[in-house]
Design a protein around this ligand. Structure first.
Ligand code: ASP
Length: 332
């Protein structure tokens, strides 16, 4: 390893990339988040040609159990390492299940003076054809690459580079599970060739890290939904509700009536689509009409929830001003 190589920090959080199984033939029966980051790095000898890699085990969790506390811890470690003048980039290893949410949180909150790149694996480290080692190597390659600077938070997986805002997991087990439905990936990695074909959407600003996290939940619209969940959320003090709406943001009239009551009490209601792709049309002028609630545009319900969490933490009265809410949703 040469001193002239870029210094890259790997922050490990667990996931299937750190998963192991007693049965090497299996890619489905395993325990996530068991292999320490040192062992993950040792399994990728070519890393030594690419960068001076240092690692920190920030957590060891299955990402289904992601928490606000871990998001805050990650943000603190990114701030710490970004402030070191000789650190060229940061890689975060993560579980695939909620990677799109953590990526969105970091996209919204991190200034990114250096590249921040998330990676993951669909198969555990002990699997035949494990995808983790190549994904980790590719993530380090991108984090160390000059063209990754100024592109915000990135996700590198399956030889593709995605914008953190856009990417989502779309398959339970395939190695090509991650898709950016709106505009496709930003670029690709093939061995040492890192190529960006397009730039991410520009970020207008970054949002502050919350000191307290407002209650923001997701409800879905489907055949004959009851209003019981919305009413229970309002009784529990919910500040924001994202609706996983049908099609182009359509909300069942019964659910719409419950949401209109919630909105009249100052709850920020945002429609996203459960389809997995496309933009949700902007609201009709009458907010009380079903379908008249704010639009999450092309954000899926989980990403829209992260944005609404951070927007409401910064501006708790947003639910009382639909026009301002819509403008803020469109700014990130
Ligand atoms: N349950 C795992 C996780 O999200 C799945 C994975 O990483 O692929 O941590």
């Amino acid at each position: 390893m040469s001193d002239s190589l870029p210094r890259i920090i790997v922050l490990a959080t667990g996931g299937t990339i750190a998963g192991a199984s007693g049965n090497p033939g299996s890619s489905a029966q395993y325990q996530a988040a068991t292999v320490p980051v040192g062992a993950l790095l040792q399994a990728v000898p070519p890393l030594q040609r690419v960068a001076r890699v240092e690692a920190e085990q920030v957590a060891q969790v299955d990402s289904k159990d992601m928490s606000f506390a871990l998001w805050s811890a990650l943000a603190a470690r990114i701030a710490h390492w970004s402030a070191q003048p000789d650190v060229a980039g940061i890689v975060i290893t993560h579980g695939t299940d909620t990677l799109e949410e953590t990526a969105m949180f970091l996209h919204l909150t991190q200034p990114c003076p250096i590249p921040v790149v998330l990676t993951a694996a669909m198969r555990p480290s002990t699997s035949l054809s494990a995808d983790g080692p190549l994904n980790l190597l590719d993530a380090v390659r991108v984090a160390a690459h000059a063209d990754a600077r100024g592109k915000g938070v990135l996700v590198v997986i399956n030889q593709q580079i995605h914008a953190a805002r856009d990417v989502a997991k779309t398959h339970t087990s395939a190695v090509d599970a991650f898709v950016s439905a709106s505009g496709g990936p930003l670029g690709f990695v093939q061995d040492d060739y890192v190529r960006f074909a397009r730039a991410p959407l520009p970020r207008v600003a970054i949002l502050p890290l919350p000191s307290a996290w407002p209650l923001v939940e997701i409800v879905a619209s489907y055949a004959e939904p009851g209003r019981v969940m919305v009413d229970a959320l309002v009784a529990a003090g919910v500040r924001g509700i994202v609706v996983a709406a049908a099609g182009n943001g359509s909300v069942h009239e019964g659910l719409g009536a419950a949401l209109a009551d919630a909105a009249r009490q100052g709850v920020a209601v945002v429609r996203s689509s459960r389809t997995g792709a496309g933009h949700v049309a902007l609201p009709a002028p009458a907010r009380a009409a079903p379908g008249g609630f704010a639009s999450a545009l092309d954000l899926n319900p989980y990403k829209a929830r992260v944005l609404l969490l951070l927007l409401l933490a910064a501006d708790p009265s947003l639910g009382t001003d639909p026009a301002r809410l819509q403008a803020r949703l469109g700014a990130y």
